[in-house]
Design a protein around this ligand. Sequence first.
Ligand code: PLP
Length: 412
Amino acid sequence: MLKTETLDIEKIRGDFPILKRRVHGKKLVYLDNAATTQKPQAVIDALVDFYSRYNSNVHRSVHTLGEEATAAYESSREKAARFVGASAKDLVFVRGTTEATNLVRFSWGEKNVEKGDLLVTTLMEHHSNIVPWQLLARSKGATLKFVGLQPDGTLDMGSYEELLKESPKLVAVTHCSNVLGTINDVSSICRKARDAGATTVVDGAQSVRHLPVDVGSVGSDFYAYSGHKMLGPTGIGALVAKKSLLSDMEPFQSGGEMIKEVFLDHSTWNDAPYKFEAGTVNIADAIGLGAAVDYLTSIGMDKVRDHEVHLLDYALETLPTVKGFRAYGPPGSSNRGGVISFNLADVHPHDLATILDEEGIAIRSGHHCAQPLMRWLDVAATSRVSFHVYNSYDDIDALKAGLEKAGAIFRI
Ligand SMILES: Cc1ncc(COP(=O)(O)O)c(C=O)c1O
């Protein structure tokens, strides 16, 4: 297969200082991007610049530093919103996707879900798109049901249609699975949910980092993503929802900044999105997320996806030639994000990850916070590799050599 480079990988790799380091004396091959991505110098510089030049709290102080910090924080909100086709007033800064689903659980769920209601999610979800709904169902006396999967790791739309006949109150689905890589047709899922009267939550943790995303076309009520999976800092992410929906919801956390007026016996709330950003917010990391958006935009998300498709095609052709290699999820790259979960014969994924680490190759092993999916796959754990802009064909060749070495050690 031709190794067509669609990005200037050498230049991009030069933007990521961490890629210069060696691990066990070997070149670092970082293939754990679904867990978190590395950060370009531009993001690191944005953090250093904030703390060394204009560190100050936001939305409070009228001094120069305070105004500069507020302007940078709000400019990042605009960038983070524009990146997914939304408007800044519709974007709440949160810690990440997990905090976003929990915000929906408390602020929307506690007000809108009632005893006897049905909540729907799917068998391929990350725990952060299951456990909040379990807890919501428990506190409200509602029921949680799961859309099943087909053998190729795509959603069983037949089982989804059946659940819609029960008029669910909520449908929560991932845009892209962090284990199978499956890219779900969230536009169609959300349209059908809306027709059935359900509110929709889309988990974009793995999609915003891989694909050009437009929340308008997705058509969900809530869309969540994490900055650290798209070259930004940890501790910052976004919940995107129409301001009218946010305005109707209860506060999430309470305290400073989320209020309009406080009296001794009651308080009134600030406008959305500020109503959901109580206390001192994560200013530096929000600004870092803005820098990550600038960096990805300068490459172009179409090109990011194109690069990933090339790597996926190469990996899905090359890796199965290793004896004992078995991948999970859709067979091709067309409906798969840059993620491949696999097992190598019956080698425990942790053992495999340890052997690969000796070669400088970082992969993830475990249940990937998706235990119901592991049970469906009938495995305790899998190994997982996942790509981003700095990964190359050489990385996949190094992985293949590492897998062959592990195969020889375990006499596969
Ligand atoms: C699909 C998916 N959803 C949600 C999350 C949770 O994201 P965070 O840990 O950034 O809150 C992850 C993280 O791995 C994920 O892959």
